[in-house]
Write a protein that binds this ligand. Structure first.
Ligand code: ADP
Length: 424
């Protein structure tokens, strides 16, 4: 199918989130991990194509080069409109990369204005008078102020964006946005006439995002969080650019078997693992043991399990245990050992014929998908906000993957995920 919207996301779980929100409308969505090796001319494409990059904190020149290459791929695949997706907390360093990438894409597309709207009201991210709020607190007072890679110390998006771009930065504020799409269009046109290429757009509710999306649906480039893209499939259907009855294709026939692989130690994942262990068989990975003896014991355990029975292999641990392992092995090394073990176990599970995988942890999910050799995912039913089931091919087999980062999902996420897969 021809590509209607080409999306480029600056990290993997953010791309999954975007793909999941687009797929809520029932349209086919395809997610590619990294710049596709396959030429776009021969690739099987969906109306909504998302390319997941890993460039949020890359050097500016690398981020610009990667996103331009992704843009080129999507254009050659037939896309004429594009979405540059970043985090709803505008995660970026003072050098970029949100602004520099947007400017480079604008040049390539020959367009002289774009908008920036990271708001995600459903998840408590709202923008008012250019200031980004996380729940009830300004961004700079939220836990994002202490983020290890992208500490956000200012809540004002105009001030955050200005040093990242060469052109002027303006604002379309909530008072305008709430008046509807034509008011938004007028404001953007006035800013354009004034020579303002970069416009921060307020949004505090989904209705605001609907007004904004309606106003800019035909623009070559829109930038923002995943929520801004959510109304686009419906708008494309309403305007006849997308067939009203377009539906995601049949999901592949899966074999038997399921497994949960958890390398996330986030608070919610710890509760989810404890809950699932009440009725699933479980194997706990200890990083210190893995460092000494490798993953053979875990592999033997896995092979002795009934492929169909609920089971979980987890390194998920309480903060004091994580700290103890990190003190002994080093932070990066402890993480890598666990990721490598879970990735190897995922491949072993696939080779046993297991075809349903839930992976918990952003980094963990990256390692698992990479090991499974998955380059493209098609998006299925949503399990929890931001976490859809996805389908992929691995070593010639059809598999289903749910990739859950840190604090996503509720306590019964793992059991719910498998139930949703059966009824979807
Ligand atoms: P989240 O999405 O919750 O942040 P990630 O998978 O992104 O989860 O990150 C968790 C990191 O912690 C991974 O690198 C993982 O390998 C590592 N890890 C998991 N369990 C342990 C443990 N018991 N001790 C030390 N590190 C661990």
């Amino acid at each position: 199918m021809s590509v209607k919207l080409g999306c480029i996301a600056d990290d993997f779980t953010g791309a999954t989130d975007l793909a999941g929100l687009l797929a809520r409308s029932g349209v086919p969505v395809s997610l590619r991990i990294g710049l596709p090796a396959e030429p776009p001319e021969t690739a099987e494409t969906a109306p909504f194509e998302v390319i997941a990059l890993k460039c949020r904190t890359a050097p500016v020149a690398d981020a610009v080069a990667e996103t331009r290459a992704a843009l080129d791929w999507l254009r050659r695949a037939g896309a004429e409109r594009f979405f540059w997706k970043y985090c709803s907390t505008f995660d970026s360093t003072a050098e970029g990369n949100i602004g520099p990438v947007a400017e480079a894409l604008m040049v390539d597309l020959g367009t002289d204005q774009t908008i920036y709207c990271p708001a995600f009201p459903e998840n408590g991210r709202s923008i008012y008078m250019g200031n980004l709020f996380v729940g009830q607190v300004p961004l700079a007072e939220s836990p994002m102020k202490d983020h290890p890679l992208t500490p956000m110390r200012d809540s004002n998006l105009m001030r955050l964006l200005a040093p990242q771009v060469s052109g002027a930065v303006g604002l379309a504020d909530r008072l305008t946005i709430a008046r509807g799409a034509s008011a938004v269009r007028e404001r953007l046109a006035a800013l354009k006439a004034d020579g303002t290429p970069h416009v921060i757009v307020d949004a505090v509710a989904d209705e605001d995002l609907a007004n904004i999306a309606e106003a800019v649906q035909d623009w070559p480039l829109i930038t923002g969080g995943s929520a801004l893209a959510m109304p686009l499939p419906g708008l494309y259907k309403a305007s006849g650019q997308l067939a009203a009855d377009v539906e995601s294709g049949d999901r592949p026939k899966l074999g038997t078997g399921s497994i949960v692989l958890s390398g996330s130690c986030s608070a919610m994942t710890r509760q989810q693992v404890a809950q699932y262990l009440q009725f699933a068989q479980g194997y706990r990975l200890d990083p210190l043991m893995l460092a000494k003896e490798g993953a053979d014991a875990a592999l033997d355990w896995l092979k002795a399990q009934d492929p169909d029975a609920p089971k979980i292999i987890y390194a998920t641990a309480e903060p004091e245990d994580v700290k103890a392992a990190q003190a002994e092995l080093g932070v990066a090394q402890a993480g890598e050992i666990v990721e490598a073990a879970l990735a190897g176990l995922a491949c072993a599970a696939r080779d046993m014929g297991i075809s349903r995988f839930v992976s918990a942890g952003g980094e963990t999910s990256g390692a698992v998908t990479k090991a499974l050799g998955v380059a493209r995912l098609t998006i299925g039913a949503e399990i929890a906000p931001g976490v859809p089931w996805t389908f992929a091919r691995s070593e010639g087999r059809d598999i289903a993957l749910a990739l859950k980062s840190g604090n996503f999902g509720s306590v019964d996420f793992f059991a719910t995920a498998f139930e949703k897969l059966e009824v979807s």
